[in-house]
Design a protein around this ligand. Sequence first.
Ligand SMILES: [Zn+2]
Length: 201
Amino acid sequence: MIYADLHVHTTYSNDSSILPKTLVETLVKHNFVKVAAVTDHDTVKACNISRQLASAYPDIMIIPGAEISTPVGDVIVLGAEEMPSQPWTVENVLDFTRENNLLSVVAHPYREYGMGDTAKNYEFDAIEILNGGSSPSANEEARELAKLLELPGTAGSDAHQQSDLCMVYSQIQAEMDVDEILQAIKRGLVKASPSSRSIRF
Ligand SMILES: [Zn+2]
C-alpha cells in the first residue's frame, strides 16, 4: 500500500514557499506518507530536481506532474515530465494525457479555479475528492461528482507551505512505481483519507 500526497506546490509555483528540498525532507520524516506528486501551476520545472533529491532515499518517491490552468478550471496531470503544447484547453490536455499514458484529475472542482459541473462534459480519469484547501462541503460535492461520473477519487493537500504537506493523502494499492500507481488510481484502487497529525516539524 502506498500513501501519497497527490497535490503539492513547490517554490516553482509563484504562490508556494515549499522548496523541493523541504518536500523531500518532509517525506523522509513522515511516518507513512512517502510519496508526493509535484503539481506546480503550469510548469514541471520542479519535478527533476525533486526526483533527484528524493533518489537519495530508497523509501520515498516523487510523482512528476503539473496543475494546468485551463480556461474552464484547473486540471492536474500526474506522471507528466513535460507540459502539453499550448493552448491548454481541456481537450489538448486530455489528448496529451492519453497519448502519454498519464492520469488526468479534476482539481478541487467546487472551489475557486475549479471547473465544477463542467467536468461532466469531458472524460477525465479521476476527480480530486479531498483537497486540503477546500471546505468540507466543497470536498463533499466533489465526492458526489466522482460518484455520479463513476470515477476514482484522489486526495491531495494542495500544500503551499510546509505545514500543509500531507494533511490529506491517498491510499493506493500499488508498489513504489509511478506507472503502477497511475494505473492503480485509474482502476479505482485508491482511497482518500484525512491525515491525523503524524509528523512534528
Ligand atoms: Zn493546487
